[in-house]
Design a protein around this ligand. Structure first.
Ligand code: LM2
Ligand code: CA
Length: 515
């Protein structure tokens, strides 16, 4: 139902937006008002669930939005950087722009536009990765044929559009790589190692970046992940944002530090770095989920308010290490379920591909285009049957996390508990559970062995409830009479007594109560 409504409001919104665009362009030459945009009609909030779709080409992503992401309740996706990039078979070539043409190994401009429109129609907003701090290093020919050499990207940027090409007397001049990653001037003016750093204080540079983002907004994109935001001055981002044709969602990459991230709250959301550390501590190996008991107090200290994105892994930690990954099988699945259960933050999941070489791009064809993903398993994590904390993906298999039943179940649970306040926290030897208001209860067993829950206080009215984690998106069938997952009973005193398998979770809600 929720999806149907979303799709309908989306369609209506798109029609209104199209009319608005025609009218306003016709009269003033200016773009439509923000209110007319279908893509931002329902903003990204803590009620939204996002997922980074790393390594997906545009055509395949369009289909995934229609067939899985929309129907499974995902509200937004983060895509690969869409612009022309340096060529190569490493994934990180996408982080070295050569021009702002929307032509890349993920697809053509037309394919990109088609993907955005299909995703919007499925109720899934598109947030793209915006690499605007720097351009490609060295010299070469980009994916769409643009030649570049030593910070000359004409006609887009010339050498004096970079901090290394400014007069030596200019306060922003810097021609060396960053070595002190936290000092404001150095981290914003000097080079992300090897990459020419754009002079984002120049109005002409800001305008070109804005044109690039506006181009995507005009195709229906809802927002941007600002790559390397920590290396751009907040004032520059503010100026760029103010030039956009409509309000756009910004989530800024301020790696490693919640303190520096606070400098960026004026221009949008940021990733909660210390929260990811919690996910890593709780789910890297069996037996530590109970550490979650100090998460509430810790997250209050982050100073990010409701502008925090919560996460387990991204393309950097997935490839370079520093987080729970697909290699950890059932623990990986539990870690995503955990961020979906917490009231703190706007969760972003991660869906990528398996690799043996950490630099490896998703499988490409002979002309360097990313191939259609092969989903190793259509609905489930491919964990090692004997060692469930390991996985068995082959190199180049996609994990297709967006299709995993327990996670679509958890999205349903998150919707059902709404803003229910956390209470009745239970935390003991690898087990962590809590209620959300009187709307729901969740418990994680991160131990390899089963857990015998005895009289856990849930706050739920007595009755039989169906588990969202094992039951998936719509656990209740036959007018509330049957359950496609585990059914549990809440006693008259509101307590739960049940046996929970190792490395699993149980999530019940007022919406999953059997009649
Ligand atoms: C980011 N966030 O702030 C991205 O999340 C991260 O993936 C990007 O690094 C980084 N900022 C710059 O956009 C990736 C990758 C790096 C890679 C860069 C540039 O993690 O390893 O660096 O993209 O492609 C590569 C080489 C590195 C070399 C550099 C320049 O790995 O050894 O440094 O290119 O040639 C000399
Ligand atoms: Ca910079």
């Amino acid at each position: 139902m929720r999806n149907l409504i979303l799709v309908m409001t989306n369609r209506l919104g798109r029609m209104l937006a199209a009319i608005g665009l025609v009218i306003s362009l016709g009269l003033t030459g200016l773009p439509a008002h923000a209110e007319d945009s279908p893509t931002i009609a329902k903003p990204i909030t803590s009620a939204s669930v996002g997922i980074q779709m790393f390594g997906w080409n545009w055509n395949a992503l369009a289909d995934e939005c229609t067939n899985y992401l929309g129907p499974n309740g995902y509200d937004w996706i983060l895509t690969l950087p869409p612009q022309e990039h340096k060529t190569g078979n490493q994934w990180w070539v996408h982080y070295q722009p050569v021009s702002y043409k929307l032509e890349s190994s993920a697809g053509t401009r037309a394919e990109f536009a088609h993907m955005v429109s299909d995703c919007n129609a499925a109720g899934v907003k598109v947030v793209t990765d915006a690499v605007v701090n720097h351009m490609a290093g060295g010299r070469g020919i980009g994916f769409a044929g643009t030649e570049y050499e030593n910070a000359d990207f004409s006609p887009l940027f010339a050498a004096n559009d970079f901090h290394s090409g400014l007069a030596k007397s200019d306060p922003h001049y810097c021609s060396t790589d960053i070595s002190n990653w936290n000092a404001f001037d150095e981290r914003t003016n000097c080079k992300f190692p090897g990459l020419p750093d754009l002079a984002t204080e120049k109005s002409s540079v800001r305008q070109k970046i804005t044109d690039f983002l506006n181009d995507q907004l005009s195709l229906g994109v809802s927002g941007f992940r600002i790559d390397a935001a920590k290396h751009i001055q907040p004032a520059d981002l503010k100026a760029i944002k103010s030039l956009l044709i409509r309000d756009a969602y910004f989530v800024q990459e301020v790696a490693g530090s919640n303190t520096i991230a606070q400098e960026y709250l004026g221009t949008g959301d940021v990733w909660a770095w210390d929260q990811q550390q919690f996910a890593t501590d709780m789910f890297s190996s069996p037996g530590y989920a109970n550490l979650g008991k100090s998460f509430d107090a810790a997250s209050r200290e982050y100073g990010l308010g409701d502008q925090a994105l919560t996460w387990v892994t991204n393309h950097d930690t997935d490839h370079h290490g520093g987080g729970v990954t697909y290699n950890q099988g059932k623990l990986y699945q539990l870690s995503f379920a955990w961020i979906l259960s917490e009231p703190y933050g706007k969760p972003m999941l991660y869906s990528g591909y398996a690799f043996f070489d950490e630099n490896a791009e998703a499988p490409q064809n002979v002309s360097g285009k990313i191939e259609k993903p092969y989903c190793a398993s259509s609905t489930e994590v491919k964990f090692n049957k004997k060692i469930p904390t390991e996985s068995t993906y082959d190199q180049g298999d996609f994990t297709c996390v967006e299709r995993w039943k327990p996670l679509t179940g958890m999205i349903g649970w998150r919707d059902a508990v709404g803003d229910g306040v956390k209470k009745y926290v239970y935390a003991k030897t690898g087990v962590y559970g809590f209620a959300r208001g009187t709307q729901g209860y969740v418990v994680f067993n991160s131990n390899a062995r089963s857990f015998s829950a005895s009289k856990l206080k849930t706050g739920l009215p007595a009755g039989t409830y169906c588990d969202h984690y094992s039951g998936g998106k719509s656990p209740i069938k036959l007018a509330g009479k049957t359950c496609s997952g585990l059914a549990v009973t809440i006693a008259k005193d509101g307590t739960l007594t049940t046996k929970l398998a190792g490395l699993s979770a149980l999530a019940i809600s007022s919406a999953s109560r059997l009649k």
